[in-house]
Design a protein around this ligand. Structure first.
Ligand SMILES: *[C@@H]1O[C@H](CO)[C@@H](O)[C@H](O)[C@H]1NC(C)=O
Ligand SMILES: *[C@@H]1O[C@H](CO)[C@@H](O)[C@H](O)[C@H]1NC(C)=O
Ligand SMILES: CC(=O)N[C@H]1CO[C@H](CO)[C@@H](O)[C@@H]1O
Length: 456
């Protein structure tokens, strides 16, 4: 079979294959999140969303029967529209489109493969999701029943019955991919990542995807995040450095340990950065700890250890440039948000496979990590509010994460500086400093007293 060689730089269509409840949508969205983070503009085209647009409300499983003509017409039309939009997305210059349909028959796959390669000159990769593990399957089914828009208006019993029948209809039509007969590039993912096999997979994007899928395990259940307790530098408005916790920060470390022993599971593990303040924050938590360099705070280069007032005085132009584009601005001899996103990639991939981890991190690093899990737009990341003395809990719900923030009762300074209105390099000092949060100028002696007696 002649393999048409299509350039590595051509866009890629990923088509999912498999029965319902095999974790296709979850895989699609996680993969999209991963690819977007790695600079490949990626979008998921979900057939069932197109189908729902055609039917005011999901009727019943009946439309999935092969012999239901009207139903299969709607399904065909929805799939066609999703493919058309996916192709359009790629033509607009984006790099990956993920087509989340079922494409269960050999003929459908062949047609799509030919269309993509021959008519469009795009790359195409099929990903087949198989799940033989009954326990996983049941978990997926429960998740669909709870979170799918199709079943909002049905009772639990009706929904279970409906989904079972829908599965039967599909099962009757399903032809698993057979590598000896079908000349397509595909990856088979069994039991949500337990086994991954590849067939005729070439290209860098595809290899990266294969690597990601091989590292993927079932979704994490619960992850916790917190910034370190208030540090001596936080209290006096200095950025960066490697200072110790203030007395209030030390109180937070104790309160945090109590809080976690009440709410977290016993097999909790803790990841900190290599800086003193995160290690001190984790000190009282009775759990295994690991210090990870990639979790260190954004390196402010020549501005390490300065207050914003000093930056404005010594480097007004740098300060203004940073305000103009905080995401991309790189401190001289230091880092930008984009830089830390890059160094966080392996940590994020590792974290996706974990459960019951507490990350004790820093403001900029946690903005990036939370932004990743919550699918924030990149430009929003640098201004996300991640306050001190607050525990952020993420719980996986399908492919999305539910977020819960708990402020623990220990006072602290606010370190969140909003973008000022005037970012011009000719702005006045007052305009540059207008959003700087209030802080002490020196460590006041009362910070060292019993924190409960201290008032800000
Ligand atoms: C921070 O300080 C601690 C203790 O003084 C030291 O062990 C660690 O290497 C320092 N880290 C950095 C990155 O400077
Ligand atoms: C910013 O400040 C400068 C100097 O005061 C002024 O000329 C300019 O118009 C201001 N720009 C905005 C957008 O307010
Ligand atoms: C159900 C489904 O997703 N089927 C689609 C698979 O791909 C072919 C080729 O484009 C479509 O025509 C099918 O509708």
């Amino acid at each position: 079979m002649r393999a048409r060689r299509i350039s590595q730089f051509e866009p890629l269509l990923i088509a999912l294959v498999g029965l319902p409840a095999r974790g296709k949508s979850q895989l699609a969205h996680r993969l999209a999140r991963h690819l977007n983070w790695n600079g490949e503009s990626t979008k998921v085209f979900d057939c069932s969303e197109y189908r729902r647009r055609h039917m005011a409300l999901y009727g019943t499983h009946d439309i999935f029967r092969a012999d239901n003509l009207q139903g299969s017409a709607v399904r065909r039309r929805s799939a066609r529209e999703a493919v058309t939009d996916a192709i359009l997305w790629l033509k607009e210059g984006n790099s990956v489109a993920i087509f989340d349909g079922t494409n269960i028959t050999r003929e459908q796959r062949q047609e799509l493969n030919g269309y993509c390669l021959d008519s469009m000159g795009f790359r195409i990769l099929f990903i087949e999701c198989v799940c033989e593990d009954q326990e996983l399957l049941e978990k997926n089914i429960i998740e669909i029943l709870h979170y799918s828009a199709d079943y909002k208006a049905m009772s639990e019993e009706e929904a279970v019955d409906d989904l079972r029948k829908k599965l039967e209809h599909y099962m009757r039509q399903y032809e698993p991919i057979d590598g000896t007969v079908e000349e397509i590039s595909f990856v088979r993912v069994e039991n949500m990542g337990e086994t991954v096999t590849a067939h005729k997979v070439y290209g860098q994007k595809e290899s990266g995807i294969l690597g990601y899928l091989s590292g993927m395990r079932t979704s994490p259940q619960v992850l916790y995040f917190t910034r370190h307790g208030e540090s001596e530098f936080n209290a006096i408005g200095r950025i960066g450095g490697n200072s110790s916790l203030s007395a209030r920060g030390q109180s937070y470390a104790r309160v945090l340990a109590e809080h976690l022993s009440a709410v977290a599971s016993r097999d909790l593990r803790v990841w900190t950065s290599e800086l003193l303040r995160t290690k001190q924050t984790a000190a009282h938590i009775p759990a295994p700890k690991r210090a990870i360099r990639a979790l260190n705070e954004l390196d402010a280069g020549i501005c390490e250890g300065m207050t914003y007032e000093e930056m404005q005085e010594q480097y007004p132009q740098e300060f203004a440039w940073r305000d103009q584009d905080k995401l991309r601005y790189r401190y001289p001899w230091g880092e930008s948000y984009i830089d830390i996103m890059t160094r966080l990639r392996p940590v994020l991939s590792a974290l996706e496979d974990e459960d019951n981890i507490l990350v004790v991190g820093h403001q900029a690093v946690l903005r990036c990590m939370l932004g990743y899990f919550l699918d924030l737009k990149l430009d929003e990341l640098p201004y996300m509010n991640v306050p001190l003395h607050t525990v952020v809990k993420l719980t996986a719900r399908g492919y999305k994460y539910e977020v819960e923030m708990t402020k623990l009762p220990v006072e602290c300074v606010d370190t969140h500086r909003k973008q000022p209105k005037n970012c011009s390099i000719s702005r006045t000092t007052a305009d540059a400093l207008v959003t700087v949060p209030s802080h002490y100028d020196t460590l006041p002696s009362n910070l060292w007293q019993n924190p409960s007696e201290t008032q800000l």
